[in-house]
Design a protein around this ligand. Structure first.
Ligand code: SF4
Ligand code: SF4
Length: 347
């Protein structure tokens, strides 16, 4: 039984999703095989990208410098990525299969931590295939990638997380967003980024892709520096390092780690244990980070809380009326912003 795009979208909204967009498989003709939806499902005809907003209030505690757990727990890995989106996505996939079409639910894990196997058939791509979910969302017409490399929509700006369904149901794709229709190249993301991970447009470091007849481009981010700030090795944005590392003098904005090396460094510091001493009785290397990871359902945790690439960005896009969801209380950034010194006082 054929099922329409309108019915799937309506069902998605009814289930609690905020965004539902459609890409036909032809839009992936330039995608490498290890990131191609048809490498997961060779009969794929359509990729449906779904998303749910990150609450603006989810960041309030980090913006004020007083509460970190709410963001990690509700709006990052804790529930949004592992329950609030996957549950309606799963029901939507069931709805499609009830109409006789196969629906592959796709979880946008951490591509850099992918499983590495060998191809089990000649000319077969090796596991684990991962989609570039932001590019897939562009293919599905949901928005564009901003200068910050964060995916932007007209509804929420940078405030959403995304998953996808790959199906053999053939549907008309949604219209692609016009490049530059949301991102104003204001560079507030660059100014707000603590570790200088986003190059200024004047540096001309950028990535470019073409989908159908449209060219999209964004900054070539220093992902190692971003990871240092995001996952807990930047004392400018972590009061917890200031508690547990007297004498720390590492300036994350001057490091040149690869993304993988940065993950290794951050996760070791943030989640491992150390002997209990009088000076550090918790038994953790950085207790605050460990507790966040633990309370965030044992998955990932956010320390920087996207200070520049999301918070500065939506504060600006809301102000100039570029995005639909605005708030009665006015701008998100209401007070002088805090940033600690990268140097931690010795005790
Ligand atoms: S802050 Fe947002 S709108 Fe401004 S340049 Fe960065 S991504 Fe674009
Ligand atoms: S997450 Fe933080 S460190 Fe990374 S780009 Fe955004 S503002 Fe910069």
């Amino acid at each position: 039984m054929k099922i329409s795009k309108a019915k799937i979208r309506e069902k998605g909204y009814e289930l609690g999703l905020d965004l539902v967009g459609f890409a036909n498989i032809e839009r992936f003709k330039n995608a490498p095989v290890e990131m191609h939806p048809a490498s997961i499902f060779p009969e794929a005809k359509t990729v449906i990208v779904v998303g749910k907003r990150i609450l603006r209030g989810g960041w309030r505690g980090i913006e004020e410098g007083t509460n970190w757990i709410s963001y990690t727990y509700f709006d990052y890995h804790g529930l949004l990525n592992t329950l609030f989106i996957p549950e309606p996505l799963y029901h939507l996939a069931c709805f499609i299969e009830d109409h006789g079409y196969e629906a592959v639910p796709y979880y946008p894990g951490v591509p850099e931590a992918k499983l590495e196997g060998i191809p089990y058939r000649e000319n077969q791509v090796a596991p684990d295939v991962h989609l570039a979910i932001r590019i897939v969302a562009v293919c599905a017409g949901l928005g564009e990638i901003g200068w910050s490399k964060v995916f932007l929509t007209k509804k929420f700006g940078p405030r959403q997380r995304l998953h996808a369904i790959i199906t053999d149901l053939e549907l008309e794709p949604d219209e692609l967003s016009q490049p530059g229709s949301i991102c104003t190249r204001c560079m507030r993301c660059v100014e707000g980024c603590p570790s200088k991970a986003i190059p200024h447009i004047k540096e001309n470091k950028k990535i470019q892709i073409k989908i159908d007849d449209k060219v999209y481009e964004w900054a070539d981010i220093h992902t190692g520096r971003c990871t240092l700030s995001y996952h807990g090795a930047d004392s400018r944005v972590s009061p917890f390092i200031h508690k547990d590392f007297p004498g720390w003098n590492i300036d994350a904005s001057k490091q040149d780690f690869s993304e993988e090396a940065a993950y290794k460094f951050c996760w070791t510091l943030s989640t491992s244990t150390w002997r209990k001493t009088n000076q550090f009785p918790s038994g953790y290397i950085i207790e605050g980070h460990r507790m966040l990871q633990k309370w965030g359902e044992g998955g990932s945790y956010g320390i920087c809380g996207s200070r520049g690439c999301m918070r500065s960005c939506f504060d600006w896009l809301e102000k100039i009326g570029k995005i639909e969801q605005i708030f009665k209380s006015g701008r998100f950034i209401k007070r002088k912003r805090w940033l600690l010194s990268h140097r931690v006082k010795s005790k």
